[in-house]
Each structure stands twice: as C-alpha cells, then as structure tokens.
Design a protein around this ligand. Structure first.
Ligand code: AMP
Ligand code: GLY
Length: 440
C-alpha cells in the first residue's frame, strides 16, 4: 500500500510513524510535512490545503490511499476533490467537515441526533451576546463560530472580557456561540468511521491552556496522555452509543456521510456526559500519545474506513503501557511565536528508553547562520512522547527527554498527566454510567 499523508504537523508525523510500522504499507509520502517527517519519508512542497495541487500530487505518486491530517484542507474540500479523482480518502467531505468548521452547525446536528451537549445560543450582535451571557451566567463561554485552531474560545468569569471577545468576533465579520459552562474533566475520544460503522480508539486527555495548573490562554494543546485510569467502566461504550453513532447516523441521513475520524471532545460533568466540540480529524497532540500505544496496523484500519469496509467487531490491540506527550512550544506562543531558532538535543532525547520525538513546527534552515540545521518554524515545535509501564514512568521518561531539548526561550508545561498519575482526577458522582447488569 502506498499512502499520501497531507499536513505539516505533529499529528501527521505521528500518523506517518504508525503507518511505517504497518507491514502492508510499502511507501509513505507527505505534503508539505516538516523537518522530522522529511527524515523518514519523501516530502513534497505542495500546498496541501488546496484541492487541485493535492489531487495532482496523488495522481503523480499513484497512491492507494490519502490521509488528510488537519481541518483546513478538509474544510477547503480537498477530500472531495481526491474522491472525485478516484482515490480512497481517510477524511470527511467539505459538507461533513462542517461538524468542525461551524460550531453552530455542530450544535444543530447534535440537537437533531439527540446528542448531549452544552446549552447554547448563536449571537450575531452585542445585544444578543449580552442577553445570552446573562441567561447562562458565569463562568462565561464564548466561541468564535468558525475555525480558530483551538484559540477562538474564551472561558472567563469576567463579563466585560466575554463581551469583548464576542465583539472582536463580530468586528471580524463572524458570529459567536455562547454556551453554558461545563464543569468536570475533559476527554478526547477519536472514533474511526466509514460513514456507517464506528470504531473507538483509546481515550486521551489534552491540556489546552499554556501554563501549569490550566492557567493562561487556550492553545492548540500542550500535552496529552492515554489511557485514562480514572474513567468509569463503560465510558467508551457510552460515548459510542450516545454520541458517535447517532452523529454518524445523522450525517448519513442528511446525505453527507462522515468518513474519517470523528473527534469527540467531551466533558464528564455532574449531570453526565456532554460534548464540548466535534473535530473532523485526529487531535493534536493526543494522536502523538494514542498512536504510540496502537498495536493494530494503522494503514489497513484507515484504508478500511476510507473504502466503507470497517469491521466494527475488530478488537483493536493496544500496548499495555501508558503514553505521555509533552509539547515544547516556542517563546511567546500562542500570541506571536518566535521562529528560526536552532533545536538541539533531539538525538539525545530519542536515545532514552521508550522515548521518541514527534516534530510539529520544525524546518531545515535553507540558508543563513543555521543553514542545514533543524530550526523552529511554528508555535508548537515538537512533542516528546514516552511509553512507560504506568503514567509515572511515562511522565518521567517524557520529561527527561524534554529536559534534553535545547531551544532558546521555549516553554512547556510540567504537569502533563500529573493529576492522573497521582489519582487526583475525580469524576463527578452522578456522571458515572450505571454498571452493566450481570448476565443471569
Ligand atoms: P473548543 O474549541 O470548543 O474545544 O474549546 C476549547 C476549550 O475551551 C475546551 O477544550 C474547554 O477547555 C473549553 N471549553 C469549551 N466549551 C466549554 C464549556 N461549555 N464549558 C467549559 N469549558 C469549555
Ligand atoms: N488537541 C486539540 C485539538 O486537536 O483540537
């Protein structure tokens, strides 16, 4: 099998590592990739967000499968163009990717499918926004309706700040979704689907805020771990039956089947399971941790989803270890990340037992004082990923690797998976699904 992966980041590097471990996968290509991806597969300087060049590249390479990593090409219709050209594609159509591309659309689908989510209102004016804020009360949750790379959401108890964010979105020509605040721990569950059948991966937790203790602004994600030892028994089955399956069924019923991975961003609240958001692709950096544990060959799995042959009965195989991914971000991320600095310590980190480095915003400097060296080229620069016998060991290894990375001004959180490792995450009592009945 020859696979083309579209995208530039850590998620794509993690997907490519997993594809290369599948004996059925003979060749992997990537566009545009990054410096780490270029070390393992051929990369192509093609605008992967644009349907025409992406399809042209797939034709030239004569690939058997295209895997679309990020949301931007999906929302731009890259998967549609590739399918029209006859390629099996892992990734939803433009119409189905609206589940991520418009929060208002996602809410409408959830309402139609009976999927539990936060109560919400769409606002287009300051007066509507103010009214919605006062209806739900503090803490306030204000979301830019369109794509914002995880940074369009403001959660605050400051009503003026909430209103200011809404006004900023209006000024940019957008609308906002204002919703009730969901308490309780968050879970990311990736559900692979061929448009009909659904197959969940192992749940993970992401760390959205830039600073330790969940302080500071939202980012694309500063780290992740999996599995989640604190989840109640039956949690994944509950998400499949109450969230993923009804959503996939509703999208098919509308004539816009969702093929790819439905990212269910969930809160485990006092009142039960709630969807915070859907994404139309694998999460970043959760994928770096989740795929580190997947023992089932990934190429066949994604091909089966792309060609409508997913086997729901398949028992995915997982390595018994825990995985922790720690993101190293550039100075001044998420506002205005500094770029172009050389990165050291990559080989030393990878030499540690159970540790590998997944590149995100990296490039090989073409010229100048660092010519030929790997330099930072994005906000989230890389993730140090470690497997360990338990979360403590995986954390210990990931942080020993992180400490070896040299990048001027870089930042990382020191508390990824810490609460879970210490047993400090509790699920609000009413939310635990009832234990399954014993067979008579
Ligand atoms: P989203 O882009 O919708 O995933 O939102 C980004 C982050 O904002 C989420 O991961 C949550 O941490 C937070 N968030 C979003 N919606 C809510 C909500 N209704 N209640 C509490 N936190 C939220
Ligand atoms: N880690 C959050 C996301 O991928 O959207």
């Amino acid at each position: 099998m020859k696979v083309l992966v579209l995208g530039p980041g850590g998620r794509e590097h993690a997907i490519i590592r997993a594809l290369l471990a599948d004996p059925e996968v003979e060749q992997v290509h990537c566009a545009p990739g990054n410096a780490g991806i270029a070390q393992v597969v051929p990369v192509h300087a093609v605008d992967a967000d644009d349907p025409a060049p992406a399809t042209q590249l797939a034709r030239e390479l004569e690939v058997d499968l295209v895997v679309v990593g990020p949301e931007a090409p999906l929302v731009a219709g890259v998967a549609d163009a590739l399918r029209e050209a006859g390629f099996p594609v892992f990734g939803p159509s433009q119409a189905a990717a609206r589940l991520e591309g418009s929060k208002a659309f996602a809410k409408e689908v959830m309402a139609a499918a009976g999927v539990p989510t936060a109560m919400a209102r769409v606002a287009t004016t300051e007066a509507e926004a103010a009214d919605a804020l006062d209806t739900f009360g503090a803490p306030y949750v204000v979301k830019d309706d369109g794509l914002a790379a995880g940074k369009g959401v403001v959660v605050t108890s400051d009503r003026d700040a909430a209103l200011a964010h809404a006004n900023a979105c209006f000024a940019a020509g957008g609308t906002v979704v204002i919703e009730e605040f969901l308490d309780g721990p968050e879970v990311s569950l990736f559900v692979i689907t061929d448009g009909t059948r659904v197959l969940p991966l192992s749940p993970a937790q992401d760390f959205k805020r830039i600073f330790d203790g969940d302080e500071g602004p939202n980012t694309g994600g500063m780290g992740a771990y999996t599995p989640l030892p604190w989840l109640p028994e039956g949690f994944v089955e509950e998400v499949v039956e109450r969230v993923a399956r009804p959503t996939v069924d509703e999208m098919r019923r509308r004539g816009t089947p969702f093929v790819g991975v439905l990212y269910c961003g969930l809160a485990v609240t006092r009142r039960g399971l709630r969807v915070i958001e859907f994404n139309a692709r694998f999460g970043d950096p959760e994928t770096q941790a989740v795929l580190a544990r997947l023992a089932t060959p990934l190429g066949r799995l994604l091909m089966d989803a792309a060609t409508g042959r997913l086997d729901e009965a398949e028992r995915l195989r997982w390595r018994p270890e825990s995985a922790v991914a720690v993101v190293v971000a550039a100075q001044d991320y998420p506002d205005s990340p500094r770029k172009g600095d050389p990165i050291g310590g990559l080989e030393a980190a990878e030499a540690l037992e159970g540790v590998h480095v997944v590149h995100a915003g990296t490039a090989t400097a073409p010229e100048g004082e660092h010519a030929g060296r790997i330099v930072s080229a994005g906000g989230r620069v890389l993730a140090v990923v470690a497997l360990g016998a338990d979360l403590d060991e995986a954390r210990d290894r990931a942080y020993r690797g992180t400490d070896l990375i040299e990048l001027e001004g870089s930042q990382h959180r020191t508390d990824i998976a810490l609460k879970a490792a210490r047993g400090q995450i509790t699920v609000p009592s009413h939310s635990a699904p009832r234990p399954r009945q014993e067979q008579a």
